[in-house]
Write a new protein. Sequence first.
Length: 227
Amino acid sequence: MTTNSVLTPSQISSIYSKRAKHYDKTVRVYNLFGMTLERWRRMAVESLGLRPGDTVVDIACGTGLNFPLFQKKIGPEGKIIGVDMTQAMLDQAAARIEANDWGNVELVRSKADEFEFPTDIDAVFTSYALTLIPEYDEIIKRAARALPEGARFVNLDMKIADSWMSIFAPLLTFLLVRPYAGTLEMGRRRHPWKSVENYMDRVSVRNLYFGFLYIVVGESRGVEERD
Ligand SMILES: C[S@@+](CC[C@H](N)C(=O)[O-])C[C@H]1O[C@@H](n2cnc3c(N)ncnc32)[C@H](O)[C@@H]1O
């Protein structure tokens, strides 16, 4: 694998199958580079505007690191639907659900582009994943259609800085992104925030970490975006 290749979903899944067991611990290495992934995760979840009783879909949920943050907002009467294609990551998510005795989380093993969004959802979230997924544009379009008017979609993800700082992109990719199946070429070719701008309203993009990360928030146009 090189930093320039674009990996297939099955190559990505096999990387995450190996990483799953220690994923929650190993991602802490980002802190050594001043990347406060957990703080940005909290900021991103905050911008979903969740309320008690809401149903939230977490696309590429991994081991469920977002779930405790959702639970604080939605309470036991709300619902989380976690979607991921890697069984080993979902096994870790299932262990988290059991350890917390949550009765309101549904895990779905599916490629994100094959997942059928239910119609009774209130929010769609995804973190540190969408740039890995070739069909991200279609997924964002379908999320916009599934959500009721004004309901939010939030994506927290990495990207290549659009300033002179981009000279550091190959090094950062090699050290921090490649071990999690990301490549420079993915960052060059895939721009999920532009899809949010295309399919949603009141879109805001907040750059983090010198522009190597961002949170994009969009609101569904509701019926207008549906066929
Ligand atoms: C870096 S992890 C992020 C996990 C979690 N969202 C988080 O914030 O910790 C990327 C996740 O995306 C999942 N993934 C990658 N491509 C996918 C696809 N096409 N469909 C569904 N899940 C996918 C992987 O299995 C992995 O669990």
